[in-house]
Design a protein around this ligand. Structure first.
Ligand code: KG4
Ligand code: ZN
Length: 336
């Protein structure tokens, strides 16, 4: 089956062609094109929804054309189209959903609407096939969710952030530290030169027995420190970065492993932009070994952690439920 995936939930415009021949055969990635309006948003320190959507209107057709041409297939060879219908920015989602509906109508191909969060989970099914039940941790700019995956189409939400998402917290702290948006990758780089003993920031809810997170207090704790500092030099920014990163990583790992043990998980799946963080990936591996858990950890390649259309095509294959065009609408506040 050849799937054309389309993803436009935030500032990226992405299209991908993925060939999958069966649930146990490795998908063949034929192309993945991503165009981002990130540079335009760096000036404002965050995404301006109208600008993102306006850029996506310009790029959606060229990006889809390029994905098909790079995959070296004809339009007629596409078996099905998959599109993100939520959650995300309304204007951005509409660009993808309406384009996908139009192509589905003209080409007479089925259309599978995909939840963006489910897409992040299925980025893990490109390289391997995790066993169920699996615990998923989705950590992105908009979400921090712990889920139980009992099988394809059987996802149960177990907990999540009560306020800011982990990536959102990194991006807001980045603004306090004058770092360009998105700050996650910058904080990861700077943390390598930081002194872990200089600042101690809280890992909120780390000792609570639920599976919730809270990151807005961490941002406030950093603000308090920054207010005390007269001149924010590079070393201080690095020292703050390393402690912020640790505070976030510690709580993410502790709660994920706690929930994995509780549910006798046979695999742990990470997903979302923050999962691209190498320190998070290394610490997860370390802690799983340290606790002798014997649960395989699945982490997508870094480019598959941040938003892309390949994960949307993958999710559509494993949860193949085409819907009538009349019943597909963008849903900005969709949950698991
Ligand atoms: O999944 P994603 O591309 O978009 C959303 O669905 O939100 O995630 C973007 C988020 C941003 O907050 C960004 O700062 C964070 O992921 N991020 C990282 C890294 N790369 C991206 N955070 C920490 N370390 C990274 N290497
Ligand atoms: Zn995402």
């Amino acid at each position: 089956m050849i799937i054309l995936g389309i993803e436009t939930s935030c500032d990226e415009t992405s299209a991908s062609v993925l060939e999958v021949d069966g649930q146990n055969s490795k998908p063949i990635l034929k192309s993945n094109i991503i165009s981002s309006s990130l540079k335009l948003h760096q000036k404002t320190g965050g995404i301006v929804p109208e600008i993102a959507a306006r850029e996506q209107v310009k790029y959606i057709i060229p990006v889809i054309k390029e994905a098909i041409s790079k995959a070296d297939i004809k339009n007629s060879q596409i078996d099905t189209i998959a599109v993100t219908y939520g959650p995300g920015l309304l204007g951005s989602l509409l660009v993808g959903v309406e384009t996908a509906k139009t192509l589905s109508f003209i080409w007479k191909k089925p259309l599978v609407p995909v939840n963006h969060l489910t897409g992040h989970v299925y980025a893990n099914f490109i390289e391997g096939i995790p066993d169920f039940p699996a615990i998923g941790l989705i950590v992105s700019g908009g979400h921090t969710d712990l889920i139980l995956i009992n099988g394809h189409g059987a996802i149960k939400w177990l907990g999540g952030t009560r306020d800011d998402a982990a990536g959102e917290c990194l991006d807001k702290i980045g603004r306090l530290l004058d770092l360009p948006y998105p700050a996650g990758p910058q904080i990861e780089e700077l943390a390598k030169k930081g002194n872990i003993n200089r600042f101690h920031f809280p890992s909120p809810l780390i000792d609570s027995s639920d599976f919730d997170f809270s990151f807005s207090g961490l941002k406030t704790a950093v603000l308090r420190e920054v207010e005390k500092i007269e001149h924010l030099n590079n070393q201080t920014i690095a020292d703050i970065s390393v402690s912020v990163q640790k505070a976030i990583i510690d709580v993410l790992i502790k709660k994920t492993l706690m929930v994995a043990k509780k549910h006798d998980a046979r695999s742990i799946l990470l997903g979302g932009g923050v999962a691209a963080n190498q320190k998070l990936r290394d610490e997860f591996e370390f802690e799983i070994k340290n606790l002798k858990l014997r649960i395989p950890l699945f982490v997508p390649e870094k480019w598959l952690c941040t938003d892309n259309a390949t994960m949307i095509a993958s999710a559509a294959f494993f949860n193949y439920k085409p819907k009538s065009l009349l019943k597909i609408d963008a849903d900005p506040s969709l949950h698991f």
